[in-house]
Design a protein around this ligand. Structure first.
Ligand code: 6PG
Length: 240
């Protein structure tokens, strides 16, 4: 499902209502709601809205377990950290218990060890290969999602839950869940805004299938719902 919004505010409002509906459904059916958060800048205002007076009381947060679809290989207090961003915009305002937050433990180990350990913790939590109730994703102007960047090794991973992924163009190692995890989710929501994404979004949604070059094209939940929530600017070139 692709939905276009005239502003980030209306996009966030719709996303919050959807988040609440999915959480209620999961908690009713399975007693918990497991969500993998995305990083970057787009979701910041969405997380703030979820934690605001308007929405915070609509969810039984005690039954919500937070994970991260990817992370930078930096300490948790770094400005680059996706955990830090979510902590400041969501966990602190909601007073989320630490035992409800499964972050990548990036502070002391090598990236490979961090990924191995995160995968083990996630597998232990789910008692099996993880099936998230919701995975939130963004998309870079190069078509990456999570930290699954064009032409990187992680794109080919078919077995592991979590991997480290060297990204040559950034000259850095990132940490990311893999496509098997993303495509096993019950629900996947992309939050995408900005004119700088328009060209790539048109190619991803309407162009040739080139998943090595545009990894976001590989997000196809096998038996889950996929939502593309995009603003006018990002959708400007789409033939909807
Ligand atoms: C990250 C994200 C990444 C992000 C895209 C879009 O760690 O940066 O997980 O995949 O979603 O790069 O980022 P913006 O929302 O900042 O454009």
């Amino acid at each position: 499902m692709i939905k276009v919004f005239s502003s980030l505010e209306t996009l966030n409002e719709f996303a919050a209502e959807e988040f609440i509906a999915l959480a209620k459904e999961a908690i009713e059916e399975r007693g918990q709601f497991t969500v993998a958060l995305s990083g970057g800048s787009t979701p910041k205002s969405f997380y703030q809205l979820l934690a605001s007076e308007k929405f915070r009381d609509k969810i039984n947060w005690k039954a919500v377990f937070f994970f991260f679809g990817d992370e930078r290989n930096v300490p948790s207090e770094s400005e680059e950290s996706n955990f830090r961003m979510a902590n400041e915009t969501l966990f602190v305002p909601l007073k989320t218990d630490e035992d409800k937050i499964y972050r990548w433990e990036t502070d002391f180990e090598t990236a490979d060890k961090v990924a191995e350990e995160y995968g083990e913790r996630v597998r232990f939590f789910f008692r099996d290969f993880p099936k998230f109730d919701l995975i939130l994703l963004g998309m870079g102007a190069d078509g990456h999602t999570a930290s699954l960047f064009p032409f990187t090794d992680a794109l080919k991973e078919t077995d592991e839950i979590a991997v480290s992924n060297f990204v040559e163009k950034l000259d850095t190692t990132r940490l990311t869940v893999t496509f098997p995890v993303i495509n096993k989710a019950r629900n996947v929501i992309f939050l995408i805004k900005g004119a700088d994404k328009a060209e790539t979004l048109k190619t991803v949604l309407e162009g040739d299938f080139q998943p090595e070059k545009f990894p976001a094209q590989n997000v196809k939940p096998a038996d889950g719902k996929l939502f593309w929530l995009v603003d006018d600017e990002a959708a400007a070139l789409l033939q909807l």
